[in-house]
Ligand binder design. Structure first.
Ligand code: DGT
Ligand code: CA
Ligand code: CA
Ligand code: ZN
Length: 570
C-alpha cells in the first residue's frame, strides 16, 4: 500500500459521503486525505511500528478513520468504501479534478445523465447536454471543456514532492544491496523538475541479475512491464513506471549524463561533440572507436570544453553557452535557507500551534519563521481580523519566551481585494515584521485588471512580499491571467519581494519567471507555505525551483540572518 493510494480512497470517501449527505464525516475524510497527501512519511510503515495508536497521531486522522486505514493495510480494502462505490460506480477523482465539478455535480451528472468519468462528461458538454442541468449554463460547459483539456496536458505526470519520499526509499534499498556499488536517480527526478513522468534509476553492479531480481520483488512494485539482462521496467504501486538500468563503471558517467537529459540538452551536447570530431552516446564519448571519456560526467563535459553543470540547469536554455564560457551561475544550495517566511498555524487553517511550528522549524535547522495566517476575507479558514492579529502578536511574544534557538517573526498572509486594496487596515499592517499579500478570490479577471490589482498591492508600502504570485496549482488550477513582465518590473520599482511558494503542487513562481525576476534584480523568498509541522521539508522543492530559475544565494532574502533580512525589505 502506498500513501497515494490511501489518499485517493480517503478523498473519494469524503465525496461519496457528501453525496449521501452525511453530516461532518466528509470534512473529516477530506482533512485526513489532505494531511496524508503532504505528510511525507509512509503510513504503512508508521502502522507497522506503532499500530492503531500511531495512526491516530497523524495530524487530521481521528479514531474512525484510523480504523479504516488499519483495515486497508491489513486486508487491502475498506468495506464501507466498496459499498458506497457500488452505489456510485463513477471515477470520482477524475471528475473532481475538473474545475467547477464538486460532489453535488458528480451526483447530478450520474443520476440525471449517467455520466461516470471525464471523457463522458466531455462528450456531454460538447453535445450541449449540460445546459439542461439545473445550475449549469453555456459558460460552465465552456469552463468544463477548458479544464478537461488542461488536465489532459498534465495527465500521467506526478508531482515531484509527493512521490519523492517513495522513490527515495527504492533507491536507498538498492544502495543497501551488497551487489550494488552505486545507485543514482537520472531523468526528470535528478533534474528536480516540478512533475515527473517516470522514474529512471542507474546502478553500477557486476551482478545485474541479482539487482533485477531484488528490484522486481520490492513491495513498491505492482507489476513487471519488461525484464531484461541490464534493464527492467516496472509499474509501481503509486501508478508510475520505473526503469532500472545496470551498467559497468567505465560508462556510468556517460549513462548518467545521457539519462539525466533533458532531451534538448542532450541533442545540443551531441552536436558540440560532432563539431569537435567526437561521437557522444549513453556508452561514452568516442574518437573513432576509442572511448575517451565515460566514467564520470565531469570528464565528458570537460572534454567538450565545459564546466560540469548542475542537473537542474540542463534544459538547453543557455546553460551550455554559459558552461562553454565559464559563466555558470553559482546556484543557491539546498542548505542555504535560514528562515521560512510563510507559515500557517491553528489560528487559521494550519494543523499546529505557533509553538509546535517553531519547534518543528528549529528541528529542520531553521533560525527563524514568519507566522502568516490568513486574514478575514478568507472566511472559510477563519481568517484573522485586525483585533485577532493584534492578539496573535501578543501570543507570539509569549511563545517566544518559551522557545529558544528560533526567532518567531510576526506576519500575515493578507488578502488582496478585487481592487488591489488589502483586507487589513494599514495601522495594523505597519505593526507586523513582514507582510505577505496574496490573491485568494476573484481569480477569473481579465489580464489587465488582474495585473493592475496585483501591482496596486505591491505599491502599498506595507506589503513586503507577493505570495504565490500566479495562483496556479499543478494538475488542478491554471494560473490566473497575469502580465508577469509588468509584475516583475513593478516588483523592482517598489522593492517588493516575489515568493517561490515551495508547496509541492504550487511551486509558484515557476522557474522561467524566477529566472526573469533574478535577471532583473528582483529579490525572491522561498517559503514552505507550511500548514503542518511536517511541511518544512517542502523547502527543498522551492530551492530546486529557484535553482532551475538560476537563482543564487544572494537573490533569496531568507538565506540571510533574520535581522539582516528585515533590513533588506522595502
Ligand atoms: P519524464 O520522465 O517525462 O519526467 O522526463 P525525463 O527527462 O526523465 O525523460 P525520459 O524518462 O523519457 O528519458 C530520460 C532521459 O533520457 C531524458 O532526460 C534524456 C534521455 N532521452 C530520452 N529520449 C531521448 C531522445 O530522443 N534523444 C536524446 N538525445 N536523449 C533522450
Ligand atoms: Ca523519466
Ligand atoms: Ca524513462
Ligand atoms: Zn495563500
Amino acid at each position: 500500500m502506498s500513501n497515494q493510494e490511501l489518499v485517493k480512497i480517503l478523498y473519494e470517501m469524503a465525496v461519496l459521503l457528501e453525496i449521501k449527505e452525511v453530516a461532518f464525516k466528509p470534512q473529516a475524510y477530506e482533512r485526513a486525505a489532505y494531511s496524508i497527501e503532504s505528510f511525507g512519511e509512509d503510513v504503512a510503515e508508521i502502522y507497522k511500528k506503532g499500530g492503531l495508536k500511531a495512526l491516530e497521531d497523524i495530524p487530521g486522522v481521528g479514531q474512525g478513520i484510523a480504523e479504516r486505514i488499519e483495515e486497508y493495510i491489513k486486508t487491502g480494502r475498506i468495506a464501507d468504501y466498496e459499498k458506497l462505490k457500488k452505489e456510485f460506480p463513477v471515477d470520482i477523482s477524475g471528475l473532481m479534478e475538473i474545475e467547477g465539478v464538486g460532489p453535488k455535480m458528480v451526483k447530478k451528472l450520474y443520476q440525471e445523465l449517467g455520466i461516470k468519468n471525464a471523457s463522458e462528461l466531455e462528450m456531454a458538454a460538447k453535445a450541449g447536454k449540460l445546459e439542461k442541468l439545473e445550475g449549469l449554463g453555456e459558460k460552465s460547459e465552456e469552463r468544463i471543456l477548458k479544464s478537461i483539456s488542461f488536465l489532459r496536458q498534465s495527465q500521467g505526470r506526478f508531482v515531484l514532492g509527493f512521490i519523492l519520499p517513495t522513490v527515495r526509499k527504492i533507491v536507498d534499498s538498492l544502495r543497501a544491496l551488497p551487489e550494488v556499488k552505486r545507485a543514482e536517480f537520472a531523468g526528470s527526478i535528478r533534474r528536480m523538475q516540478e512533475t515527473v513522468g517516470d522514474l529512471d534509476i542507474l546502478v553500477i553492479s557486476n551482478k545485474p541479475s541479482k539487482v533485477m531480481d531484488f528490484f522486481m520483488k520490492m513491495p513498491e512494485v505492482q507489476e513487471i512491464i519488461a525484464k531484461g539482462q541490464t534493464k527492467t521496467s516496472v509499474r509501481l504501486n503509486i501508478g508510475m513506471d520505473a526503469d532500472v538500468r545496470v551498467l559497468p563503471p567505465e560508462s556510468f558517467g556517460a549513462a548518467l549524463q545521457y539519462f539525466t537529459g533533458d532531451k534538448y540538452h542532450n541533442i545540443a551536447l551531441r552536436e558540440i561533440a560532432i563539431k569537435k570530431g567526437y561521437k557522444l552516446n549513453e556508452y561514452g564519448l568516442f574518437k573513432g572507436e576509442k572511448l575517451i571519456a565515460g566514467k564520470t560526467e565531469e570528464e565528458i563535459y570537460k572534454k567538450l570544453g565545459m564546466e560540469l553543470m548542475e542537473p537542474e540547469l540542463r534544459t538547453n536554455h543557455g546553460e551550455i553557452e554559459a558552461a562553454l564560457t565559464g559563466k555558470l551561475p553559482k546556484l543557491i544550495g539546498y542548505d542555504d535557507l535560514k528562515g521560512d517566511l510563510q507559515v500557517q498555524t491553528d489560528w487559521t487553517d494550519g494543523e499546529n500551534s505557533i509553538k509546535e511550528m517553531a519547534e518543528a522549524a528549529k528541528k529542520q535547522g531553521l533560525e527563524y519563521i514568519l507566522i502568516t495566517d490568513h486574514t478575514k476575507s478568507l472566511a472559510m479558514t477563519g481568517g484573522l481580523d485586525e483585533k485577532k492579529l493584534m492578539k496573535q502578536m501578543v501570543e507570539i511574544d509569549k511563545v517566544q519566551k518559551q522557545v529558544s534557538g528560533i526567532k518567531i517573526l510576526k506576519g500575515s498572509e493578507v488578502n488582496i481585494n478585487k481592487d488591489g486594496t488589502l483586507d487589513i487596515d494599514e495601522e495594523t499592517l505597519a505593526k507586523l515584521d513582514v507582510v505577505g499579500a496574496a490573491v485568494h478570490s476573484n481569480f477569473n479577471m481579465p489580464e489587465a485588471d488582474m495585473t493592475a490589482r496585483i501591482i496596486r498591492a505591491m505599491e502599498n508600502p506595507n506589503v513586503d512580499i507577493l505570495f504565490h504570485p500566479t495562483g496556479r496549482i499543478i494538475k488542478r488550477r491554471e494560473p490566473y491571467k497575469l502580465d508577469m513582465d509588468k509584475v516583475i518590473k513593478a516588483a523592482k520599482r517598489t522593492k517588493t519581494v516575489l515568493e517561490i511558494d515551495a508547496f509541492p503542487d504550487r511551486l509558484d513562481l515557476k522557474d522561467e519567471h524566477a529566472r526573469k525576476a533574478v535577471g532583473d534584480g528582483v529579490k525572491l523568498a522561498i517559503d514552505s507555505d507550511a500548514h503542518s509541522a511536517g511541511h518544512f521539508k517542502f523547502l527543498e522543492f522551492g530551492i530546486a525551483q529557484a535553482r532551475r530559475g538560476w537563482a543564487e544565494k544572494k537573490d533569496v532574502i531568507n538565506t540571510r540572518p533574520w535581522e539582516e533580512m528585515l533590513r533588506s525589505l522595502k
